[in-house]
Design a protein around this ligand. Sequence first.
Ligand code: ADE
Length: 226
Amino acid sequence: MRIDIISVAPNLLESPFNHSIIKRAQEKGLAKIVIHDLRKYGLGNYKQIDDTQFGGGAGMVLMIEPISNCIKDLQAEREYDEIIYMTPDAKTLNQSTANTLSLKENILILTGHYKGVDQRIRDKFITKEISIGDYVLTGGELAAAVLVDAVVRLIPGVIGDEQSALTDSFQDNLLSPPVYTRPADFDGMKVPDVLLSGNFPKIEDWRSEKAYERTQQIRPDLLDNE
Ligand code: ADE
């Protein structure tokens, strides 16, 4: 999968993809992540990329021309399955969206800043808008990093132990059950006997039960969607 990201703060995106699983996915050739500096498409000597809002109001708006020119240059190179805009005023990212995106060939992500982008960019180019939660970040870069991380780890072959991605929280609309490792007894806090029993069908039943219990306690809304 190839992921292009357009940003006004490309430095913010240098580090998140250079570690562990996401780094290895790129080394294995399963993902290619390319960051594009919107400033290069800025207008005039000052490389202007933003302007005040029509109608007044605080905050600058990212202008049409730099973004449009950047997207068109990228589209001349390849066809995108999705052009995604990261913004708080959109549907919230969930595991199902991450699963769907992980099967795409080419995706382009536009990150906003300030008051966001001119609405006409959204109307003309954007095929999907994604928020990572009901709070406002200073820009869409960290949101894009979250999206890319959630998607890339699901690309077939990225996680060695396939089971591991399939048993994550949310994969079946349930939170994950508790997990334990050695020692079996820490200051009298014991690991549940069933996990030491070697009875795998029973362990699976226990895990399902705990996942359900945890979901009911913490995120009952997930059970309503079934
Ligand atoms: N940009 C600013 N806040 C955001 C959010 N919550 N999700 C996605 N993009 C954003």
